[in-house]
Ligand binder design. Structure first.
Ligand code: 3PG
Length: 306
């Protein structure tokens, strides 16, 4: 069996070494395609492989057509909006993710961005503190839970809204559960986004939702750029000089944001919430183990295209 790691944004070397150990211990062969620049390189690399480990790499019908021997794709991470699930099912390919494995890394980056923003992007002027500020966590999954844990350490007052998570589950963590996204954005000066990109959530973070955020509002997006209605966020930030936006997923309109909102807009050049050695090791090795479990024992835990 041949397993391919296909990562446009590579794992830390220590994670690749760990994955290799798991794969070779199972008697399989590991191939590596990193930092590829053309889709053709991916199409060529998948030709003879039985399993693929990816990150935000796109697995669409064309890739699946090229991968004639493919049995399983594991997205080493949480969001799998980069995989065409219907096409995978049609090709008889199992798709899994590795939930929770990189969530602390993403949570730490979200809090880091909040500190950066309240300290005026470290420009030397007098800023404010996170302690006592109301933080709204939009979607209370693995990342949201970790954000709550770290934010409580900062002394923030933590609120959450999740359409799918029962309120008592949220409140067990000492977090105030709210009934709607509207209530969350009205209540909290800082909102951290953790919703997946789905047909329902795309463009859902819009002017109507953001306009009622309290004075000195800050939106932190370590989720997906697609959930933001960029044109409406720009309109809002033009109207509200107190509004800050920080993200690790560069908006399509990055140049416009950067030009218009200097000092209250920040984006990393690449998505980097999960870019830590620890997260790479956790998610990468979990992916390798899930592949071995699937190929050897037919284990389908974490399958997302049921
Ligand atoms: C995820 O969905 O797990 C995160 O967005 C991390 O994505 P990445 O592996 O592309 O950094």
């Amino acid at each position: 069996m041949k397993i391919l790691i296909a990562t446009d944004k590579p794992f830390a070397k220590v994670a690749v070494d760990g994955i290799r150990k798991e794969i070779e211990a199972a008697g399989y062969e590991l191939a590596l395609l990193e930092k590829y620049t053309e889709k053709a390189q991916l199409l060529d690399a998948v030709k003879d492989v039985n399993a693929i480990i990816i990150r935000s790499d796109i697995i669409d019908a064309e890739v699946l057509d090229a991968a004639k021997e493919l049995k399983i794709v594991v997205r080493a991470g949480a969001g799998y909006d980069n995989v065409d699930l219907e096409a995978a099912t049609a090709h008889g390919v199992c798709v899994m993710n590795t939930p929770g494995q990189n969530s602390n890394a993403v949570a730490e980056l979200a809090l880091g961005m909040m500190v950066y923003a309240v300290r005026n992007f470290y420009n030397g002027t007098s800023g404010t503190e996170l302690m006592g500020k109301k933080l709204g966590i939009h979607a209370y999954g693995n990342v949201g839970r970790n954000v709550a844990r770290v934010a409580k350490g900062f002394g923030m007052e933590v609120y959450a809204y999740d359409a799918f998570c029962p309120k008592d589950v949220i409140e067990k963590d000492g977090v105030k559960a709210l009934d709607s996204a509207e209530e969350l954005y009205k209540t909290c000066q800082v909102v951290s986004l953790h919703i997946p990109a789905t047909a329902e959530t795309k463009n859902s973070i819009n002017y109507a939702l953001l306009k009622d955020m309290p004075k000195g509002a800050m939106l932190v997006n370590t989720a997906r750029k697609e959930v933001i209605n960029e044109a409406e966020l720009i309109k809002l930030m033009e109207e509200r000089a107190d509004f800050k936006y920080l993200t690790d997923i560069m908006p399509a309109a990055n140049a416009e944001f950067a030009e218009k909102f200097a000092g209250r807009y920040f984006s990393t050049p690449k998505k980097m919430g999960a870019q830590t050695a620890e997260a790479n090791i956790n998610a990468g090795i979990a992916a390798a183990k899930q592949i071995v479990g699937f190929l050897k024992d037919g284990c389908e835990k974490f399958r997302v295209n049921k």
